[in-house]
Design a protein around this ligand. Structure first.
Ligand SMILES: *Cc1c(COP(=O)(O)O)cnc(C)c1O
Length: 382
């Protein structure tokens, strides 16, 4: 149905999602089954034998994600961390080395520094904005460069095309965690990356009702290797979770446009408010990564961080006073969230090189009426 179709919005609604051949159902069914009948031994009419290896609802999500990222294969997992773990243990073996951002997502850092280190994976953490520093960190046993852009919670920007050049020169893979941008705002494979990882829990699912992850690749053999590991390790996305993520994808484009509109309005409000000391948003011309973001992103996203005057106590007060902005971890849902990274999402990195300022507030700007969001933030700022 999607042959010859290029439009993102069309692919989001149709790629991998032909009407069900058995019933004509327009929407992909939730194939809540663990196993599949074989008419004769070894005969698999639908190509499926057991749902850890494959499930039609999961396949629909995987094909849609691959289409949206411009990859040849997608794989859906139980969480973003399950996707990351499977990827690292497929591409690397004990004794290998990887380069990671010094402001990596906390869960990614914990997996690499405290779980996979015992398995024998070595790593170097560097600022990805320093391209020469990334090149200098490469070793003969380096297998991949891990990139996040924009980063969490300081919205740092890395140049995906430049990093892809370094990776290609060195014969290593460039992996981009595209969770913050979503494929609507940024397509790393098209910018030269080899692998994209998502926490579909965030913008892809988009409604804070599912935990999931994904990997998308542009090399078919790597896709095969990952599918073998996915089946062997078993951290798959279940049928209902796959269906929720697929349902979320259909509206990703329109949601992202509204997330961006509302975030821009909130940034404007903060820029003119005396309580905001410093604002982190790649759409600001004063942001050090603005030019690169303008080159590689369609728009600048729904995440906004800012420091408040008055230190940690003032920041905590703003979080506690917010009403419409719900005080909660996570991001990317239709509802607006506020949090204090130092005491919440990033509490575990206190004292490490990933520590964040204690007067920092992070907003996941939702798609409510922007007037209501502005009014709530104004009263919370006091
Ligand atoms: C949430 C998140 C993850 C982890 O995903 P889970 O679905 O929570 O396992 C990875 N990377 C980024 C950037 C995230 O925001």
């Amino acid at each position: 149905m999607t042959d010859g179709v290029q439009g993102f919005e069309t692919l989001a609604i149709h790629a991998g999602q032909d009407a069900d051949p058995a019933t004509g159902a327009v929407i992909t069914p939730i194939h809540q089954t663990s196993t599949y009948r074989q008419p004769t031994v070894g005969e698999l009419p639908g190509g499926y034998d057991y749902s850890r290896a494959g499930n039609p609802t999961r396949t629909a999500l995987e094909e849609c994600l691959a289409a949206l990222e411009g990859g040849v294969r997608g794989l859906a997992f139980a969480s973003g961390m399950a996707a990351t773990d499977t990827l690292l243990r497929t591409v690397c073996k004990p004794g290998d080395h990887i380069v990671i951002p010094n402001d990596a997502y906390g869960g990614t850092y914990r997996l690499i520094a405290r779980v996979l280190d015992r398995w024998g994976l070595e790593f170097t953490a560097v600022p990805l904005s320093d391209v020469d520093g990334v090149r200098a960190a490469l070793r003969p046993n380096t297998k991949l460069i891990w990139c996040e852009t924009p980063t969490n919670p300081l919205l740092g920007i890395a140049d995906v095309t430049a990093l892809a050049g370094i990776a290609r020169e060195a014969g290593v893979q460039l992996v981009v965690d595209n969770t913050f941008a979503s494929p609507y705002l940024q397509q790393p494979l098209i910018l030269g990356a080899d692998v994209v990882v998502h926490s579909t829990t965030k913008y892809v699912g988009g409604h804070s009702d599912v935990v999931g992850g994904a990997i998308i690749v542009r090399n078919a053999q790597l896709g095969e290797d990952l599918a073998f590991h996915q089946k062997s390790m078993g951290a798959i996305s279940g049928p209902f979770d796959s269906w929720l993520a697929l349902r979320g994808l259909k509206t990703l484009a329109v949601r992202m446009e509204r997330h961006c509109d509302n975030a821009e309005s909130i940034v404007e409000l903060l820029s003119n408010h005396s309580a905001a000391a410093e604002i982190f948003y790649p759409g600001l011309e004063s942001h050090p990564g603005h030019e690169i973001a303008a080159k590689q992103m369609r728009r600048y996203g729904g995440m906004v961080s800012f420091r408040v005057k008055g230190g940690q106590q003032a920041a905590v007060q703003v979080c506690n006073r917010a009403k419409l902005f719900t005080l909660a971890e996570s991001l990317g849902g239709v509802e607006s969230l506020i949090e204090h990274p130092g005491l919440m999402t990033h509490a575990s990195v206190a004292g490490s090189e990933l520590q964040v300022p204690d007067d920092l507030i992070r907003l996941s700007v939702g798609i409510e009426s922007v007037e209501d969001l502005r009014a709530d933030l104004l009263q919370a700022l006091g």
